[in-house]
Design a binder for this molecule. Structure first.
Ligand SMILES: C[S@@+](CC[C@H](N)C(=O)[O-])C[C@H]1O[C@@H](n2cnc3c(N)ncnc32)[C@H](O)[C@@H]1O
Length: 241
């Protein structure tokens, strides 16, 4: 995002006064801070979530993931949201399937703080847990999971600099996966089959150029690529036989 030209800022300050909170908000936005961080909240489906610089701002594409996933299961008992961030997917799924147990993991302690805050704010009793992908999950659900959802980081190191300024203000760990961008997706793809029950479903968000390589990463599952509303490859979907 372009910075607000200095003459525009001066004009705003002349109208609002230099110490006016509105001028400060406009300045923060002009400096590239995401609007939702300034507002402090973001909508996700029926929910309003706290978001700040500790977590990714939930995206419409991820609401698309929620739509696909929630249509593929009937009465899921055990749901896992890997890379939960603000808790958006986990909380929306708990809202849709109140009888389910929903586990939400994230490697970032700051993200788990936000997901936990949103869990209490919403009254939706999910289980946020800090750690790497499947590591924090209880052994009791191994091989018993009805639905795994994940919106992992999938940007390659070298591509970060070309993202819009406001996206670059979001946490590095939420965006960047490593040299190829596929590192976290590949690790999810290698392990998901073990945690799913037969008939269990996984839906994983991917970058729009990653369809072929991401679906190959789910090598022990019959994975297919699904598109978003704009026709771009955005999800890998698989049902465990
Ligand atoms: C793209 S954000 C998605 C956040 C949220 N699910 C959403 O859709 O708004 C990715 C999240 O994955 C987390 N993450 C990155 N590497 C991880 C790992 N190895 N294990 C668990 N979480 C990880 C980041 O901290 C970040 O919160």
């Amino acid at each position: 995002m372009e910075s607000l030209p200095s003459h525009e800022m001066s004009r705003l300050e002349a109208v609002a006064g230099p110490d006016n909170p509105l001028a400060d908000l406009v300045r923060r936005r002009a400096d590239g801070e995401p609007l939702q961080y300034i507002e402090g909240t973001a909508a996700f489906g029926p929910l309003e979530l706290l978001v700040d610089e500790r977590v990714l701002v939930p995206r419409p594409e991820t609401e698309g993931l929620f739509d696909i996933a929630s249509r593929m299961v009937r009465h899921p008992e055990v749901i896992v949201d890997l890379c939960t961030g603000s808790g958006a997917l986990a909380l929306a799924l708990k809202h849709a399937f109140p009888g389910s147990s929903v586990f939400a993991t994230d490697i970032s302690p700051e993200a788990i703080e936000v997901a936990t805050y949103n869990r209490f704010r919403s009254g939706l009793a999910i289980y946020p847990a800090e750690g790497d992908l499947f590591d924090p999950l209880p052994a009791s659900i191994f091989g018993e999971v009805d639905l795994i959802v994940a919106n992992p980081p999938y940007v390659a190191d070298a591509d970060l600099a070309s993202l819009p300024t406001d996206v670059q203000r979001e946490p590095h760990v939420a965006l960047v996966s490593g040299p190829t961008g596929l590192e976290v997706i590949e690790r999810i793809g290698a392990t998901a089959v073990e945690w799913l029950r037969p008939g269990g479903v996984i839906v994983c968000e991917i970058g729009e150029t990653q369809g072929d390589s991401a679906s190959r990463a789910f090598r022990d599952l019959p994975a297919v690529v699904r598109q978003d509303l704009n026709g771009r490859d955005r999800y890998v979907v698989a049902v465990k036989p």
